[in-house]
Design a protein around this ligand. Sequence first.
Ligand code: NI
Length: 137
Amino acid sequence: MAVVYLTRKAHFSAAHRLHSEKLDDKQNEKIYGLCNNPYGHGHNYELEITIKGEPDPVTGMVMDLKELKDIINKQVVDRMDHKHLNFDVDFMKGVVPTAENIAIAIWNRLKTEIKTGELYEVKVFETPRNFVVYRGE
Ligand code: NI
């Protein structure tokens, strides 16, 4: 049996502000710097969602990529694109919208939606140089 990792890329643009309610204003400014600016700033986020599984003996596919695209759009892109992550996205409420927490939130939204194969990895690029990987651990 062969295990294959299938990846679909996606994209959304969103605003956020890094600010923790557990810290005072001075500490927030010190830790987050420019990312703590009161009115937020934007990123062009790139996602790589990887599914692990064995190709179906009949179709040769781990998962239908069209179905994966639809799930990612419905669960993630439609909910986060052109939104302010601190205010507009219910599943980001109560967490600091770092790339780390975005990756965890996306994992939690996708995990139960993947019926063939299993969700293996969520990769969130906040910039071309900065990215986070979450594998549900
Ligand atoms: Ni930022």
